[in-house]
Write a protein that binds this ligand. Structure first.
Ligand SMILES: CCCCCCCCCCCCCCCCCC(=O)N[C@@H](Cc1ccccc1)C(=O)O
Ligand SMILES: [Zn+2]
Ligand SMILES: [Zn+2]
Length: 511
């Protein structure tokens, strides 16, 4: 109770700060009932050391921390179930308050995924969902400066697979909730936390099952927050200032297998064309023929217009007048592989297999091409374009998996999830002046929840530079200790903002 009084004393300053920040966003207002119970996001030295240890190296005796548990997904049928089970026991051990609080229900779904249901004190408010995933992509030790599952701290960074994708979110969400509960915080708005165990290989056993369960319970969500975008620093040439991008859209995907069958034979007397030659020509045509540039459809135009003033002359004028300069801008964006991924459906040749012996003409050659579909296109449209580019009946096309892009979520003044994120970004990162809607070029578990909400937002609260991006799924993935602490702070603030911030919708019942 004494601790609570201290927090109330600190509240005055925080409220003043809050009011100043709120004036930025017209559509928001603070509810009076929530204002009284605001808890400042200040953590003691002991709490900060503890949160770091839980994330990286839990304690010296067991040498286990979240990063050290190798929860690797190899394929949708092959993932490290021992590690996933250990991870479940681990979070139970290190977040005792979350697991013992009477108004929080915990369920294991699909064997290894976790669903937490936090009953709010005001059940009339629509619940929201925080998403993260436990699994990681494989990390062979070659090329790493430290063992990828060591969780070692060096020069202020925690190193290891999952430090950015996505154990940081898993641990920060549970850590923030644990700290709020310890401070006797009782959330008003109900919410769910869903931690998937197979996001890296489609999410069909984790996120999809949790979504089905929530749908069967009749749940409708005000909004969903997942990984997928960042505070981007240095991705656009000439934009010096980092800006926060909340992904309101997500590309679709097709994995297409191309196969050529011919009669096998002796390599000493080959036919004019072999299965390998025919297939190689087909995939080369695909690589050399980019799918149409779709600049102008989707949220990218809005992002650029918001960023216009961050550029110097004449780029600021060009971006402020896209109605005139769009042909130039659409070509400019194609020149860099990341901005290119924002303007079109991308074509990536990812697998190629053929041949069994040096002197045998192979009967079959196979390749897999991964397309990431622009929000303004569909699976069917892309397949049609691909057939016309391949233009060879000897090449069979087999769709291994495919899904359309996600619907674009609202980012207007009345969009509760977007505005809450925007507000929380401004308060936790006051130096970031621009928050803009954008597109996630990868795929996330959030796509499994589209039947539950039309407000799906992808945002990781940390800075990402192009060199950090290479660590995600690559070598030497690492997060600074400070960035992890800020991640915890962000969730701590977000949960409270979800209780205190309302969007103004005249004559309509509050969301
Ligand atoms: C206005 C200019 C903006 C510049 C934008 C720059 C963006 C750069 C950062 C992009 C990072 C995207 C990371 C997204 C996380 C995606 C998660 C992931 O890797 N998913 C996998 C796994 C998967 C999921 C579902 C189905 C299949 C595979 C993926 O391959 O997408
Ligand atoms: Zn991820
Ligand atoms: Zn990933």
């Amino acid at each position: 109770m004494a601790r609570r009084c201290l927090y109330l004393l600190a509240l005055g300053g925080v409220l003043l700060l809050g009011i100043a920040t709120f004036s930025r966003s017209k559509g928001l207002r603070r509810s009076l009932r929530g204002a009284a119970s605001r808890i400042p996001s200040q953590f003691s030295e002991e709490e900060r050391v503890d949160m770091k240890r839980r994330f990286s190296i839990s304690d010296c005796l067991t040498l286990t921390g979240a990063i050290q548990i190798p929860t690797v997904s190899f394929t949708s049928e092959d993932y490290n179930t021992t590690a996933l089970a250990e991870f479940g026991e681990y979070i139970y051990k290190v977040f005792p308050t979350v697991f013992s609080t009477s108004f929080i229900q915990h369920e294991v779904v699909g064997g290894y995924s976790h669903l937490f249901t936090v009953q709010g004190s005001d059940p009339s408010l629509q619940p929201y969902l925080l998403l993260a995933h436990i699994d990681v992509v494989p990390a062979p030790a070659e090329g790493w400066k430290v063992p990828p599952f060591s969780g070692l701290e060096h020069d202020g960074f925690i190193w290891g697979r999952g430090t950015l994708d996505n154990k940081n979110s898993v641990m920060a969400i549970l850590q923030a909730l644990e700290l709020l509960l310890i401070r006797d915080y009782i959330p008003q708005r109900p919410f769910f936390i869903a931690l998937g165990h197979d996001e890296e290989v489609s999410g069909k056993n984790g996120a999809r099952k949790i979504s089905t369960l929530l749908q069967a319970r009749g749940v409708q969500l005000a909004f969903v927050v997942d990984e997928g975008s960042f505070i981007l620093d240095g991705f656009i040439p000439n934009v010096k200032k980092p800006f926060a991008q909340i992904a309101v859209a997500e590309k679709g995907s097709i994995n297409l297998m191309l196969q050529v069958n011919v009669t096998p034979g002796h390599s000493s007397a080959p036919q004019k064309e072999t299965s390998i030659g025919i297939l190689a020509a087909a995939v080369s045509r695909l690589e050399q023929t980019p799918l149409p540039n779709m600049f102008g459809d989707g949220p990218l135009k809005t992002t650029l217009e918001l960023l216009a003033n961050e550029f110097s002359f004449p780029t600021n004028i060009i971006l402020s007048n896209l109605w005139l300069f769009w042909p130039f801008v659409r070509r400019f964006l194609e020149r860099n592989h990341i901005t290119n991924a924002l303007v079109r459906t991308t074509t990536a040749l990812t697998m190629f297999n053929a041949g069994i012996k040096v002197n045998v003409i192979p009967s079959v050659a196979q390749a897999v091409v991964n397309f990431r579909i622009h929000p303004a296109q569909t699976v069917q449209e892309v397949l049609e374009l691909v057939k016309n580019i391949v233009a060879d009946d000897r090449v069979q096309l087999h769709v291994l998996s495919a899904f359309d892009p996600e619907p674009v979520s609202p980012s207007d003044n009345q969009a509760l999830g977007y505005q809450l994120l925007r507000h929380t970004i401004h308060s936790v990162f006051p130096e970031v002046s621009i928050v803009a809607p954008g597109t996630c070029i990868g795929n996330t578990d959030s796509r499994h929840y589209k039947n539950l909400s039309n407000g799906i937002y992808r945002f990781n609260p940390f800075y990402l530079r192009p060199q950090d991006f290479t660590g995600i799924h690559g070598l030497n993935e690492k997060i600074s200790v400070q960035a992890y602490e800020t991640h915890v702070k962000f969730i701590f603030e977000l949960i409270q903002n979800a209780d205190t911030v309302r969007v103004s919708v005249p004559h309509v019942h509050e969301l």
